[in-house]
Design a protein around this ligand. Sequence first.
Ligand code: HEM
Length: 377
Amino acid sequence: MNELTALVSVALLALAATLALIGFGDVAPSALLHLAFAVGIMPLILAAYIYFVPVLTRSGGAPASVRALPWLALAAGSLSFADMLRPGNIGQEIAIAALAAVAATGAIAGWTLARARRAIGPAHPCLHWYLAAALCLVLALAAVLAMPLWPEQYLALKRMHLHLNMSGFIGITAVGTLQVLMPTVAGRPDPGTGARLRRDLPYAVAATLVIAGAAAWRGPLAIAGAALWGVPLWRLARAWAAQHRAVIVSWHGAAPALGVALAGFALMLFHGAVHGLGIVTTHQAPVAFITLFLLPLVTGAVAYLLPVWLRPGPQGPWHAAVRKAAGRWGGARAGIFLCGGLAYALGMPWGIALSALALLMFVVQVARGLAPRHGSN
Ligand code: HEM
């Protein structure tokens, strides 16, 4: 098993454990969220950069020193989770965790820049999305480091950390990757991808900064931030509707989950903007972010990419068989994720059970796909 597949397993376990623990009132909500985001998602995203950067720069695989960095991020995320499990004030372990995560992210960003400079021809525009997303994570962690220095702004810094992470680090990585991944999954190149990525990054970055600033200090401006994010999302949705509708609205395959992930991200932004006006509470928002957006995104991407990660190189019948098994009833699964996530976001706790069911379906299907009778070459 390589680093990326190991970290996919860690992330799926962390997300499943978060869903299972939501029902237990004695786990601190911030600890639960860091189990999902800092233990599960942060190291996975950093490992995904390390996988995609050589593909996008047409260069060789990353050296072992770079491949070790997501594990440093996993250690940092686990430390933040462990510290938040304890009742009382946030300890100095949090600062150590934040510094370690900054070091891992900064080193990966530096390596990405070096690879982009050495690339033959202009760097793929998706690399700029990854660098912008990594910068958002570094800023989000800087907000954590500023908390003890500026205690009267604790709440503002916490909101800034939250939005720089959700809309910036995760959102920008996800939307950049979806632009490249969907045409690959659909088996139909999209000639507009490069131009869209170049044109839309300034909107995504500006939107994130406005949302984070508005959440911290000036609530109503969050509407402007969400509207700015709406520009790239609308353009992407229109391109998908024109070119990939048939694979997205389908019973099987990875594309339906990617379609639901995009819709889920747009819904979460809308929810965030309405919250900025004080119309709804945030109570369900971070968990709905997991069920409506992250679970469809991760399962959709893994359903398509897992065979390549497990056996890189030329694609054969084994890859096609695993992909087919993992994508079987992918449309129905995506529908269950959507219904479960919406139900939970609208205040119906049983929505979590639906999301957990769809996740279980996915794990069982992948396991069946990898079982020896599918595994013969
Ligand atoms: C090592 C990395 C990290 C550290 C040290 C850290 C630290 C913190 C701290 C100190 C808080 C305030 C907690 C409280 O007031 O109870 C917080 C809140 C939060 N963080 Fe992180 N964080 C890290 C990574 C992340 C990541 C990667 C994400 C998401 C991608 C994230 C999402 C959040 C969210 C959603 C909250 C709000 C929690 C709430 O309202 O209870 N954090 N974080």
